[in-house]
Design a binder for this molecule. Structure first.
Ligand SMILES: CC[C@H]1c2cc3[nH]c4c(c3C)C(=O)[C@H](C(=O)OC)c4c3nc(cc4[nH]c(cc(n2)[C@@H]1C)c(C(C)=O)c4C)[C@@H](C)[C@@H]3CCC(=O)O
Length: 262
């Protein structure tokens, strides 16, 4: 799977984080996969994790996704990866799928924005308003009279919306590491042109059933609008399955890729 039946048989997973998170959020998954003999990589998109860029200066998706694109373009010839994206990181996965189709053997969307290139997503899919409260802080890096440059969930709402089923240690860890997400990088998410080649790559959707942020109805709508080849449900997972149910997620990833070897 590393190659197309070529010299490099290693199964290589590449993980892409969602808004405000970073490569760090995959630490449980990469530990499990590495111990089981797989190869895993996780990227910090521009302005996330330990990226040295201020996320408020990220102008578009191309700049935001650059570290992922660099990783994919630096892969040896014929080496393919399994790309796994969480949440809005699904947008990065789809963009990579369109740009580097021949480098990706499978795209896996974990509670993620899986929007078909060339389609018009229904407006309630990208609605960030949950309930009555304002759960987001906006950062106005270019002045209060200009559109926001960054967005970050308020600390008091994170336990409920991101991590309701996750260990408290991981909530504490995230409180040290979350960074504002670059709003302008997400605005091209639904602007990709149709791409018949990318459509040929198998796609997997993993649904998170106890998700207070991205509810079941909206996840089902994504799946209905662009049906994947495999669908899994993590019954006990909050929005952040990498923290709440890492072992079950690990087994689902292995089950998903086992279909590639048949
Ligand atoms: C500022 C609007 C922009 C956007 C931002 C955004 N989206 C998510 C976050 C932020 C700041 C999250 O924190 C959450 C996440 O990544 O958690 C780790 C987000 C989600 N976005 C989803 C789907 C989705 N978002 C958009 C569009 C935008 N998100 C704006 C342009 C779309 C489309 C079609 O345009 C879609 C399908 C979910 C996967 C999660 C859950 C958030 C939610 O409840 O909607």
């Amino acid at each position: 799977m590393g190659g197309d039946g070529g010299a490099d048989p290693v199964i290589h997973f590449v993980f892409v984080h969602g808004a405000s998170h970073g490569a760090w959020c995959w630490y449980k998954l990469t530990t499990l996969l590495d111990a089981a003999g797989f190869k895993s990589s996780s990227v910090d998109l521009t302005g996330a994790g330990i990226s040295l860029t201020d996320s408020n200066t990220v102008m578009d998706s191309d700049q935001y996704n650059r570290p992922l694109f660099t990783l994919l373009s630096d892969l040896p010839p014929h080496h393919k990866v399994i790309l796994v994206g969480h949440s809005i990181g699904g947008g990065s996965v789809t963009e990579a799928l369109c740009k580097f189709t021949d480098k990706i053997s499978m795209a896996i969307y974990l509670a993620a924005a899986m929007v078909q290139p060339g389609s018009i997503p229904s407006p309630n899919l990208s609605n960030l308003h949950v309930g009555e409260e304002e759960i987001w802080d906006y950062i106005y890096g270019e002045g209060a009279d200009k559109p926001p440059t960054g967005i970050l969930m308020k600390q008091e709402f994170r336990r409920h919306y991101y991590y309701s089923q996750s260990p408290l240690e991981d909530v504490t860890l995230s409180s040290k590491l979350l960074r504002p997400a670059p709003v302008r990088a997400f605005q091209d998410l639904d602007k990709l042109p149709p791409n018949p080649e990318a459509e040929k790559v198998p796609r997997v959707y993993i649904k998170t059933a106890k998700d207070n942020l991205f509810d079941s109805v909206r996840q089902d709508l994504l799946v209905e609008n662009w049906p994947p080849s495999q669908l899994y449900v993590l019954e006990e997972s909050d929005h952040s399955a990498f923290f709440s149910v890492p072992t079950t997620l690990f087994t689902y990833l292995l089950r998903a890729v086992s279909f590639l070897q048949r």
